[in-house]
Structure formats: structure tokens, C-alpha cells
Design a protein around this ligand. Structure first.
Ligand SMILES: *Cc1c(COP(=O)(O)O)cnc(C)c1O
Length: 371
């Protein structure tokens, strides 16, 4: 089993995003190991294609990118107060804080290390998740101003995250923009001048150029998946192909049941292919009998239950010339191949979760790009 990631597709998608960004810089989000595509490889390919910065969730993710030799600015935005902030400060990682407690912890680490920390403010403008709440904002600004004055902290950016960017006309977007502008103004009144401000995720980067500010922060679009598939695919190319090799081809006689529980019973003599990939590898069990596999140049339906290690595909009455060792594509971006969006529709989820699924025994490899 393999999750094959095409870094040329990553580069192509970054260029599309840069075109939409206009004068704004592009920060490519490579959290969660690059949405399961490989943070280091994607990060390098994205920077080579014109991205200026990388974004991740935790200090540990950021430090790992530095350790891999990436010298571009790296921002991380969600950590607990007991995080090893010193390792991030030592590696010149930009750390976003969401509370006085976070900021105090970063400042303590900076003092102990004797090195200025690069700090940004993540402000909550209505997502009501991570980010400084409006009630705590004045105290955070006051503390930040004193830390900047004593050079414990260099203040880099103010940013926020949108709740409804995948609906470009949703009025909440404009409400969040207004609150964002207000938060910037309030910081300036407190004597804090950010070097840059940013708001847009993939959806906003592609549909709301008015919200590009100094930088856009796309994630999913970099991986070739449209954040607003019902509007357009924007010429993005899905980077990941999830594939496995056929382990066995066999005849099943009419009347025989296939896989646990015999949920599928052959109504005629048929040929099936056994694919050695199951729910332990990231093929959800609830997909059983509800998805196609691309095999021998065509799509063939899955039959019966998806098991921990294997699933079965119906080749029909005449085998379709499929042999043991042939490559079966579970999803990918090529024409005719099941798209991650199809899995998402069937599962009642989003393609973000689909590409994050391959795991465990799945070997990830990369083709193309500057590695
Ligand atoms: C994940 C994330 C992004 C990227 O979102 P996409 O929808 O994948 O483009 C941008 N900013 C923040 C703060 C995030 O957490």
C-alpha cells in the first residue's frame, strides 16, 4: 500500500494560489504532517514554487521542519502553556498566542533562554475556537506591549481564522473581517504595530481576494482539493494517490457470500480481486460496498465488508484482465480515478479527512519536485 504524493502537483497548486493572492505573500499550511502528505517534502516543494512561509499547529511540528533544514519563516498557532517553547524560540519559530497564560509561558522561556521570542497574536473574531477572546484581548495587549518594550518579544503579526469561508457570500465573513480590522486598530492604539496581518485560508484565498491582506494561509488547496468544490476546482491538481497491489484474483461461484457477514452474495459466477488494504490502513469500514476501485483501466465496485487488512472488488464475469500484482487505485486525482471528494460525499465528511486517512502500514512516497 502506498500514498504517492506528486510534488509537481503541490508546486502547481502553490502557483495557482500565488496568482490569486496578488501582492500578498503565501504561507503554506503543513500542519498534521502536511495534511498527511509529508510536511517536509511539501514544505520544500511549496517554498521552491514561491511560498514565503510555512504554518503548522504545534512547536514540535515547527521544530521538526527546522531540523530538516527549512530556513523559511515558520509559524505555529496552537500549544498548551506547558509546551517546550524554548525549543521553538531557539529555532526561530514564530509562536502565536491565544491568551495571557500562553504569552507568559513564551516570555518565561525567552527570558530563560536569553533570546527574543517571535510572537504573533491569534485573535478570535468569531470562530470561537483558538484565538484571544475579546474579553482577554486588552490584558494580552498590555502584557505584549511591555514584553516588546523590554525586548523579550518581537511582535510579528496579528491574524485570525474564518468560520464560513467555504460560503463566499456568508455575512459572517464580513463580520469577522470587521472585527479583525478592529482588533488591529486596538493593538495599534496600545502601541503595538504588527509587521503583517493575515486572515485568509484556502477558501478565502480563492474566492475573496479582498481578504488577502499581507499574506494568505492556504492548506487544503495546496494539496489540490478545492475548498469550494461546488463552485470550481480552480485548476488544482490532487497530489495524493492512494493505491495498493492486487494480492489475489479468484473465482466466486453463484450463491457464495463474500467477506464477513456475507453482506454481498454472488448472483452469478464472478471474479473478484482481493486488495490488501483495510480500515487499519485508512479505508473506512463504513465505505464497504459503497465505493469503486480503479483497476485494469476501469472502475470496479467494492463488495462486502471492508476488513482490517483487506477488501474485495468485483471484477464481474470476465475478469477484466486483472492479475495479481496489478495496481489498484483507491483514490487520486487522475481522470477516471475515484476522487477523494467521492469518498467524502459517501462518508458524510470532507475531503480533508479523506486524505488524512491513509496510515499505519501505508508507505508514503514522493515523486517530482525539488527534494
Ligand atoms: C488549517 C488552517 C489553515 C488552512 O485551512 P485550509 O482550509 O486547509 O486552507 C489556515 N489557518 C489556520 C489558523 C488553520 O488552522
Amino acid at each position: 500500500m502506498e500514498a504517492l504524493v506528486d510534488l509537481n502537483a503541490i508546486a502547481h497548486n502553490v502557483r495557482i494560489l500565488a496568482q490569486h493572492a496578488g501582492d500578498a505573500a503565501v504561507m503554506v499550511v503543513v500542519k498534521a504532517d502536511g495534511y498527511n502528505h509529508g510536511a517536509v517534502e511539501v514544505g520544500r516543494a511549496a517554498l521552491a514554487a514561491g511560498a514565503r512561509e510555512l504554518g503548522v499547529t504545534t512547536v514540535a511540528e515547527a521544530v521538526a521542519l527546522r531540523a530538516a533544514g527549512i530556513t523559511a519563516p515558520i509559524l505555529c498557532w496552537l500549544n498548551t502553556s506547558d509546551t517546550d517553547f524554548a525549543s521553538g524560540i531557539a529555532a526561530d519559530i514564530e509562536i502565536a498566542v491565544s491568551s495571557v497564560a500562553h504569552l507568559e509561558a513564551v516570555a518565561a522561556a525567552a527570558r530563560q533562554l536569553g533570546k527574543t521570542a517571535i510572537v504573533s497574536l491569534k485573535v478570535d473574531t468569531g470562530l470561537n475556537r483558538n484565538g484571544v477572546s475579546p474579553t482577554e484581548y486588552p490584558q494580552v495587549l498590555e502584557l505584549l506591549a511591555s514584553l516588546v518594550a523590554e525586548r523579550t518579544v518581537r511582535f510579528r503579526a496579528i491574524f485570525s481564522h474564518l468560520a464560513n469561508a467555504d460560503e463566499p457570500h456568508n455575512p459572517v465573513i464580513d463580520m469577522q473581517r470587521d472585527r479583525f480590522l478592529e482588533a488591529i486598530a486596538t493593538a495599534k492604539e496600545a502601541g503595538l504595530q504588527p509587521e503583517l496581518v493575515h486572515l485568509a485560508n484556502s477558501a478565502a484565498a480563492l474566492t475573496r481576494p479582498d481578504l488577502a491582506f499581507d499574506m494568505v494561509r492556504p492548506g487544503i488547496a495546496v494539496y489540490g482539493l478545492s475548498p469550494v468544490p461546488e463552485i470550481s476546482d480552480y485548476g488544482l491538481r490532487p497530489a495524493m494517490t492512494f493505491r495498493a497491489r492486487v494480492a489475489l484474483v479468484k473465482r466466486v461461484a453463484a450463491g457464495e457470500g463474500v467477506s464477513y457477514g456475507h453482506e454481498w452474495i454472488a448472483d452469478r459466477d464472478t471474479t473478484v480481486a482481493l486488495i490488501p488494504a483495510g480500515y487499519a490502513d485508512g479505508v473506512p469500514r463504513t465505505l464497504g460496498g459503497r465505493f469503486d476501485v480503479f483497476l485494469g483501466g476501469e472502475r470496479h465496485p467494492s463488495i462486502g465488508r471492508v476488513c482490517m487488512d483487506q477488501l474485495v472488488v468485483n471484477l464481474g464475469e470476465n475478469e477484466a484482465g486483472v492479475r495479481e500484482g496489478d495496481t489498484a487505485i483507491l483514490f487520486g486525482g487522475d481522470t477516471g480515478v475515484p476522487h477523494p471528494q467521492e469518498w467524502a460525499d459517501t462518508l458524510g465528511t470532507i475531503h480533508y479527512e479523506v486524505v488524512c486517512s491513509p496510515r499505519g502500514r501505508v508507505v508514503r512516497s514522493h515523486i517530482g519536485g525539488d527534494r
